[in-house]
Design a protein around this ligand. Structure first.
Ligand SMILES: Nc1ncnc2c1ncn2[C@@H]1O[C@H](COP(=O)(O)OS(=O)(=O)O)[C@@H](OP(=O)(O)O)[C@H]1O
Length: 297
């Protein structure tokens, strides 16, 4: 069962009481996304950005890049409030659109930044993954699929990078579970801080920024796609008022597991694996029992 390392429990957020978090969020609500990001780069240790190169993450990346440039000029002028660099991670599920992978390269070239790519454990290619877990695992067991391609690699990334706070591209206007998103959250169980600097923005604001600052974006956006994940579960948005309407169309699901309770998700994954192993063992025992009389005869 894939489990790279023991799960991390962040210590930094342990100093935050609920009242403290509420107070910080009230302050952050009044700041622009640039100021929220700048505050985080100064105040939050172990800050990283996780992105699937969605439009929101690209705006955030561009803002971080601008703050870094300002940081250099601030340092030159003797202003010494240090903005820490923000490592950038991408979870390559091995089922991304080619357009997304091309964008990942264009973004690295545009900003001249290193990208840390995490894939399912011990898998380099889709063929590696399918030889271990079969084809179309998302159809037969989507919980295990989400855990293996997204949740475990993401957690491995946080662990390896010593992440205590993660910037995500979620927004309230994406609706569903995100409709009441706080700008700063503490992930239950792990204590990891999650920062959603564009929580208050609409898709239109994101789009206007991308065009104004000539930020590279996914070619699929020009074909009616609005929210882009794996190719097998992503279509152009069917409802213009719901940018995530092209994700998991026709299914109940609206999240991939990356932003839900990690320990709960892991426990469900482990229970599913146990059931599968028990089923396999009983099938093998039945097959052996069926063969045994023939062998004895
Ligand atoms: N594959 C992958 N790698 C790294 N980070 C990822 C990944 N998928 C989702 N995310 C993070 O979740 C943000 C919201 O993504 P989505 O709206 O696509 O939803 S979902 O997480 O896939 O359910 C997303 O925002 P963006 O930065 O705008 O892409 C990321 O912060």
């Amino acid at each position: 069962m894939p489990e790279s390392t023991a799960p991390q429990v962040s210590s930094f957020s342990a100093t935050f009481t609920p009242a403290h978090l509420k107070f910080i969020n009230a302050k952050l609500e009044k700041l622009s996304p640039e100021k929220i990001i700048e505050w985080a780069m100064i105040s939050l240790p172990g800050l990283i950005q996780t992105t699937a190169f969605g439009p929101t993450g690209l705006v955030i990346l561009d803002m971080i890049n601008r703050i870094h440039i300002d940081n250099q000029s601030a340092a030159n002028s003797g202003y010494n409030t240090r903005r820490h660099p923000v490592p950038l991670i991408f979870i390559d599920t091995l089922y991304h659109f080619q357009e997304t992978l091309d964008l990942a390269q264009r973004v690295q070239d545009h900003y001249n930044i290193p990208l840390k790519v995490y894939k399912p454990l011990n898998c380099e290619t889709t063929a590696d993954f399918e030889s271990q877990y079969g084809q179309q695992l998302w159809e037969t067991d989507d919980l295990s699929y989400d855990y293996l391609v997204k949740v475990e690699p993401g957690r491995r990334a946080y662990q390896e990078l010593g992440a205590q706070a993660v910037i995500s591209g979620r927004r309230r206007s994406q609706k569903g579970d995100r409709a009441h998103l706080d700008i700063l959250e503490i992930e239950s169980g792990t204590g990891l801080l999650k920062l959603n600097p564009l929580a208050t923005w609409s898709f239109q604001q994101v789009w206007t920024y991308l065009r104004a600052y000539q930020v590279p974006f996914n070619a699929l956006l020009d074909q009616g796609y609005r929210s882009i994940g794996d190719w097998h579960s992503t279509k152009p948005a069917s409802n213009p008022d719901d940018e995530r309407s092209g994700r998991w169309e026709g299914k109940q699901k609206s999240e991939c597991g990356l932003h839900v309770d990690y320990f709960k998700m892991r426990a469900e994954f482990q229970a599913t694996q146990k059931k599968k192993q028990a089923l396999l063992a009983s099938r093998e025992a039945a097959a052996a029992a069926a063969v045994a009389p023939a062998v004895q005869a």
